[in-house]
Design a protein around this ligand. Structure first.
Ligand SMILES: NC(=O)c1ccc[n+]([C@@H]2O[C@H](COP(=O)([O-])OP(=O)(O)OC[C@H]3O[C@@H](n4cnc5c(N)ncnc54)[C@H](OP(=O)(O)O)[C@@H]3O)[C@@H](O)[C@H]2O)c1
Length: 258
């Protein structure tokens, strides 16, 4: 018997794909979205035949794309029990070099889409007095990251918004979890960056998805996968902000610019 329906954004690769496989293995039906429909269809074909799957491709980095996606979900009359806001993007060539379009798309995908999807599904969850929301933030949400300026700022929004919402929804039957991974081996991470790091500092997508899933089921508000990431954040949160951002700035200067 199905444990409910989970809608997963950014389902076509990386942590999102790992979530898809895990939710299917745990007995959930799925609604999958991302831009690359063929990747979603391939993934859907690889899941257990017992999993009911709806593939709804879309671009969530424009407000028009978000509206179209919300309309197509409504058109399917789907009851969403779990919303996994995983889709995200990072642009990294230095703020001054970014185009207006790159800036808009990053903010729209990382912030607006996540916010609007919660706004879309929350009323039905409230009426049912049940629901779970998982928002993928990052360890970068906890402090400024020079060199990932906009990305880290969007993830700070995700963490702050998730915590506020979790508190607002306390005792309603609806939980909100912010998943804050550290460096994870996915397409988002430049291979030269990942290759320069010791392996113990790099998580695998399936480990991150498992931590997020368990935290979601336990209705935890913040989940930081990996001992190394938890230790680093515990240290940084007891340092003055000038020191943390200064170290980030130094690391950025020492990183080869592409
Ligand atoms: N990798 C890390 O080190 C790391 C660390 C902390 C947090 N995170 C977060 O983890 C989440 C997943 O990222 P990942 O590392 O798994 O990277 P990824 O493999 O690049 O996955 C990103 C996903 O987002 C989708 N996506 C990108 N642009 C989109 C758009 N315009 N509209 C709709 N979907 C879009 C992509 O699908 P399509 O290209 O098919 O659209 C893909 O499925 C992100 O929120 C990221 O910020 C990653």
């Amino acid at each position: 018997m199905s444990r409910g329906t989970a809608l997963i954004t950014g389902a076509s690769s990386g942590i999102g794909e790992a979530f898809v496989r895990l939710f299917a293995a745990e007995g959930f039906d799925l609604v999958l979205t991302a831009r690359r429909e063929e990747k979603l269809q391939e993934l859907a074909a690889d899941l257990p035949a017992t999993t009911k799957i709806v593939v709804l491709p879309g671009d969530l980095s424009t407000t028009a794309g978000i509206t179209t996606f919300c309309e197509s979900v409504s058109g399917q009359s789907l009851e969403i029990d779990v919303l996994v806001n995983n889709a995200g993007m990072m642009v990294e060539q230095g703020f001054a070099n970014l185009t207006t379009e790159q800036i808009e798309r990053t903010i729209t995908l990382n912030i607006t889409a996540l916010t609007q999807l919660i706004h879309q599904f929350l009323p039905a969850m409230k009426a049912r007095k049940s629901g779970r929301i998982l928002n993928v933030a990052s360890v970068a949400a906890f402090h400024p990251v020079p060199g990932m300026d906009i990305y880290a700022a969007t993830k700070a929004y995700v963490l702050s918004f998730s915590e506020a919402l979790a508190e607002n929804l306390r005792d309603t039957g609806i939980s909100v979890t912010a998943l804050c991974p550290g460096l994870t081996d996915t397409d988002m991470v430049d291979t030269s960056v990942a290759g320069a790091m010791p392996t113990f500092m790099i998580s695998q997508p399936d480990e991150v998805a498992r931590s997020g899933f368990d935290a979601l089921m336990n209705r935890e508000v913040i989940c930081i996968p990996g001992n190394v990431n938890r230790l680093a954040l515990a240290w940084s949160q007891h340092q003055p902000r000038w020191l943390v951002r200064g170290l980030g700035g130094l690391a950025n200067k020492l990183t080869p610019q592409r």
